[in-house]
Design a protein around this ligand. Structure first.
Ligand code: ADP
Length: 326
């Protein structure tokens, strides 16, 4: 174990449920191993503004069940400049901080990768984003909770869809990755799922809906990922309506409610495991790595590799199953 005296933790980029569990784990693991801990508020912005506070066991009491992040998050353009990075480094040094745990998405990782390449402060990153689109981990923090939130919404919309024989289009988050759409669509029994990864033509969607109608389904729910190639739920609904005006179509955009809420047990445990592993990795002398979960094992991936453009693939078996079971 190395002699790191003080570790700082921060959250950056988009918030995600489970980040607080991770902060708690970082703080308590570091204290357990005899390190001091600080929390940096508002991500890289807080580093530049010296918005840094020492933390103790009690700083993270009673936060596990909270969505969002107690350390707040921000997007910070200054950190992309040499001057911004230098200010951040000077403030870290002033506070005696010798290592960092960064919780965020690929933007956060890019900043961490550049920073730790330039200065003598090791960084371990934790993937926190509801999109589940980062290389090196089967799951990211917040994805499970967001999917559960979407399923709850589908169940509620199904009640009204059933009562009125309506066709609902529900748009969920996922600009580049359809992870939430695919899983929530399967778990919510959607009649069709439109994904960024799959070109589903409108006539194919109509065929799926007609297949449902032939089986006397009284309501239909189509899940549309925001990055679907037809242009999102409003656009899909409009195109369907143009071809079949007898459908009574409704559109619901779930938007930011998918980001909030108390984390699921899965995200609380994942956050705890990742925070625990991040501190242990730093103390073992690791640097510029991302903590991930693969086949239920905690693994480290080089940040450079995590940030390389890997072709993102949804699970083939889920894709196949989703159409057969609908
Ligand atoms: P996420 O981490 O969720 O992908 P962003 O893309 O907004 O969110 O990134 C979070 C922050 O990471 C940015 O606001 C910026 O401060 C920092 N960052 C992103 N890209 C870079 C970069 N190329 N160099 C330095 N910092 C960066």
């Amino acid at each position: 174990m190395s002699k790191i005296k003080k570790i700082a933790v921060f959250t950056s980029g988009g918030d995600a449920p489970g980040m607080n569990a991770c902060i708690r784990a970082v703080v308590r693991t570091a204290l357990y191993f005899g390190c001091e801990v600080a929390g940096i508020k508002q991500g890289y912005q807080g580093m530049i503004d010296n918005n840094i506070e020492d933390m103790n066991r009690h700083s993270v009491s009673n936060i596990m069940q909270l969505g969002g992040t107690i350390l707040k998050t921000a997007r910070c353009l200054d950190f992309k400049t040499d001057e911004g990075m230098q200010k951040a480094y000077d403030n870290l040094k002033k506070n005696g901080i010798e290592a960092l745990v960064a919780i965020g998405g690929d933007g956060t990782f890019t900043g961490a990768e550049r920073f730790s390449g330039k200065y003598d402060i090791p960084v371990i990153c934790v993937p926190g984003t509801i999109d589940n689109d980062l290389y090196g981990s089967d799951f990211t923090l917040g994805f499970d909770t967001a999917t559960n939130t979407v399923i709850e919404a589908i169940d509620k919309i199904r009640d009204t869809a059933e009562s009125h024989d309506r066709l609902f289009f529900i748009e969920v988050m996922g600009r580049d990755a359809g992870c939430i759409a695919l899983r929530a669509g399967i778990a919510g029994g959607a009649e069709a799922i439109m994904l960024p990864e799959k070109d589903t033509a409108i006539h194919e969607l109509i065929e799926m809906l007609e297949h449902g109608a032939a089986q006397k389904k009284s309501s239909s729910i189509v899940i549309v990922a925001e990055g679907d190639k037809n242009g999102g739920a409003f656009s899909v609904a409009k195109k369907v309506k143009e071809m079949f005006d007898f459908y009574d179509t409704k559109v619901t955009i779930l938007g930011h409610l998918q980001r909030g809420g108390s984390p699921s047990s899965f995200d609380r445990i994942l956050g705890s495991r990742m925070g625990f592993a991040a501190v242990k990795a730093l103390l073992k002398g690791e640097n510029r790595k991302m903590v991930g979960l693969r086949s239920n094992e905690i693994v480290l991936t080089d940040l450079k590799e995590a940030l390389t453009d890997h072709e993102f693939k949804l699970e083939e078996d889920l894709m196949e199953m989703s159409t057969i079971l609908a």
